[in-house]
Design a protein around this ligand. Structure first.
Ligand SMILES: Nc1ncnc2c1ncn2[C@@H]1O[C@H](COP(=O)(O)OP(=O)(O)OP(=O)(O)O)[C@@H](O)[C@H]1O
Length: 298
């Protein structure tokens, strides 16, 4: 696979603050790459370094496997803060303004972009009357008119209602899958990104805490077992002794066996051999926010 973005020991220091501290990452074509971290973790600064809004104190960036960043950044579009949209103009007129400003010759691009994000080009409604979600879709349309291969969106779904989030999510996935656009999107919440990204990086105090694919996340968080048995106390004692897994009493008169998902059949068979009836046995997910809080600790 082709690396479209690579950073090596990327660092940005502001006086006493290490906003980005030695971050190395590799993002492949078509990835939807999430950057997650609490307030002040360094997410925006990292995005600004990649887009060239800010210059690194040290470290390196490669775009499309090249150090020619000026050329690479022409193939990238970013929405770092709420873009300035003209509130008393329609979506179409806003896009027309930006098309001319950005020297995009084909007028058809603005219709294509509106269609992609699901906004009606013939709408007479001024943008000032748009919901937050519609404004975000328009911002994405605006970023699309230059046909970017990389899109960088700083907190694209904050402040949007669930329906709006659903639409933005599907839009990002569609663009990644059908058009091969590579995304970097940031968020405070792992749960907000987990339905969208293919891979993510958790940062805090500018440092890389954990990088994993979404599959690894689900493997790590879905590996517990919830059991209902005819004798929970005895079941807990036997499982702990035989398998050395952590066990605890769980809600609804059940038993939770930690990180034991791969042994579910052996555990059931063992309990039955020991004359304990297993009434119910399921693998379960750890709450993603709990998992995330364990990683960042705040
Ligand atoms: N221009 C600047 N001058 C001085 N310090 C800065 C500057 N920009 C960011 N910082 C500091 O760098 C750290 C990282 O900030 P950054 O905005 O990148 O975090 P963030 O993860 O995007 O936070 P948030 O989610 O609150 O937007 C913070 O401690 C911030 O105060």
């Amino acid at each position: 696979m082709t690396n479209v973005i690579k950073t090596v020991n990327l660092t940005k220091k502001f006086k006493d603050t290490m906003a980005v501290d030695n971050i190395s990452l590799e993002i492949e074509k078509g990835d939807i790459y999430g950057i997650v971290g609490p307030n002040g973790a360094g997410k925006s600064t990292l995005l600004k370094l990649i887009t060239g809004v800010s210059t690194p104190s040290s470290g390196e960036i490669e775009l499309f496997e090249s150090k020619d960043l000026e050329k690479g950044r022409k193939r990238m579009s970013a929405i770092l803060e709420n873009p300035t949209l003209f509130k008393d103009m329609t979506a179409l007129d806003n896009l027309e303004y930006f098309r001319i400003q950005r020297n995009v010759p084909e007028r058809s691009k603005i219709f294509e972009a509106l269609e992609t994000v699901g906004l009606d080009p013939s709408s007479k409604k001024n943008v000032g009357k748009y919901s937050v979600g519609m404004k975000q879709r328009l911002a994405i349309a605006l970023a699309l008119i230059t046909n970017p291969e990389i899109m960088i969106l700083d907190e694209p779904i904050s402040g949007i209602d669930p329906k709006g989030i659903y639409e933005i999510r599907n839009l990002i996935k569609k663009l990644a899958l059908e058009n091969g656009v590579t995304f970097i999107i940031s968020s405070h919440l792992l749960s907000e990104l987990s339905n969208t990204v293919t891979k993510f990086l958790v940062i805090d105090n500018g440092k890389k805490i954990k990088e994993m694919t979404i599959k690894q996340l689900y493997d790590e968080t879905s590996n517990h077992i919830i059991l209902e048995t005819s004798d929970n106390s005895k079941a807990m004692a036997l499982i702990e002794e035989k398998f050395k897994y952590g066990v605890s009493a769980s809600e609804n008169n059940s038993v939770k066996v930690l990180n034991a998902g791969d042994d579910i059949s052996r555990i059931i068979a063992f309990l039955v051999e020991n004359k304990i009836d297993v009434l119910n046995a399921n693998k379960t997910h750890q709450n993603l926010e709990d998992y995330y809080m364990n990683l960042v600790g705040r």
